[in-house]
Design a protein around this ligand. Structure first.
Ligand code: PMP
Length: 356
């Protein structure tokens, strides 16, 4: 029954197809929070080496990648679950823990996959009104009832970029009933500049109902390969491992992710490009008299003061793809992913032309 009411996640057309339709030679895509620098060259080399074993099934336990992640975070490999993107982890959590009798709490303007996975299993979504576009943790805590089995929190959140303070977040998790699993979605945590970003791993020891999700799609530039993971108690990981497909990560993806994890220089360059690009975009917005939501991610939601969809369309015809967020109840906003300096400049010029 839940499936009938699902509104599908809307992905864009292939770029070459758009270029053909619109008669453009080069489209810039600042729409999906991808890494404008691309993946680590070491990841590409590792994939090339892995091509030799394409006839074999991948390592279904993800042994090497889990070992590398465990070493990086000071955890045991039994606390890690690998997913086909962190989206798959979100889906596994819903499949493993929800029934139509149970409810899920998440915020207004939160990531679109939360309602999707909730409805797909027929559970009830309790959407808590946001506070200044961010999570209202007090209201979310108050929304938890005996039926609640899961809470989804994205920190930073997509599409708003809002960031919760670590102390406030920990107090929220500590106060949750033990029967409620808190899914802390940290898809963008590598971009968080504030001291203490990523502290959440230490909480795993204290809260067996905490599950942190992260991904190789954003800062690591491997969105096309689909690798995400969760960090949790071994008990939660064990349950997720039972419901996942045995070979949910392919061998090229496993090899690339492991190599990407070891390339701290590429990650550093990515983060620098992001902070410079964020400044470039927000100064551009200021010059155009536009307001934006301060963002801790690799994207920023800008208030264009009028309906976003026609502006999105006009930008598209100028060769820049951005993300309208009307489906997130933010009709006057566009979400822009940070690009290279050159891409950001082309976008700002196009935006100025369209709004003039
Ligand atoms: N969580 C959030 C908050 C996201 O924005 C995204 C990507 N749009 C994901 C999870 C899923 O990313 P992936 O499946 O590529 O790991």
């Amino acid at each position: 029954a839940g499936v009938q009411k699902l509104i599908p996640y809307k992905a864009g057309k292939p770029i070459e197809e758009l270029e053909r339709e619109l008669g453009l030679t080069q489209i810039i895509k600042l729409a999906s929070n991808e890494n404008p620098l691309g993946p680590s060259p070491k990841a590409v080399t590792a994939m090339q080496a892995a091509l030799a074993d394409l006839a074999l099934y991948p390592d279904g336990s993800g042994f090497h990648l889990k070992q590398a992640l465990a070493a990086k975070y000071g955890l045991d490999a039994s606390q890690i679950t690998l997913g086909n993107g962190s989206n798959e982890i979100l889906e596994l959590v819903a499949r493993a823990f929800l029934t139509p009798e149970l409810a899920v709490v998440f915020s207004q303007h939160a990531f679109a996959v939360y309602p999707l996975v909730t409805q797909a299993v027929g559970a009830t979504a309790i959407v808590v009104p946001a506070c200044d576009y961010g999570h209202d943790l007090a209201a979310m805590a108050a929304a938890v009832t005996a039926q609640t089995r899961l809470v989804f929190i994205a920190n930073p959140n997509n599409p708003t970029g809002t960031l919760l303070a670590q102390a406030e977040l920990e107090a929220f998790i500590a106060a949750l009933p033990e029967t409620v699993i808190c899914v802390l979605d940290e898809a963008y945590f590598e971009f968080v500049q504030q001291a203490g970003g990523g502290d959440s791993i230490a909480w795993l020891q204290k809260y067996p109902n905490l599950l942190i999700t992260r991904t190789f799609s954003k800062a690591y530039g491997l969105a096309g390969l689909r690798v995400g993971y969760s960090l949790s108690s071994p008990e939660l990981a064990d349950i997720l491992n039972r419901v996942r497909q045995p070979f949910n990560n392919n061998s090229l993806a496993l090899a690339a992710a492991e190599a990407a994890l070891a390339d701290s220089e590429h990650l550093h360059n990515t983060i620098s490009n992001n902070s410079e690009g964020m400044l470039q975009l927000t100064e551009g917005f200021k010059a155009l008299g536009l307001a934006w939501i301060p963002s801790a991610g690799n994207f920023v939601a800008v208030d264009i003061g009028r309906e976003g969809l026609p502006v999105y369309d006009a930008l598209l015809h100028k060769g820049v793809i951005v993300r309208p967020v009307a489906n997130y109840e933010m009709p006057n906003f566009l979400r822009i992913s940070i690009g290279t300096a050159a891409e950001n400049a082309v976008f700002l010029q196009a935006l100025a032309d369209v709004l003039r």
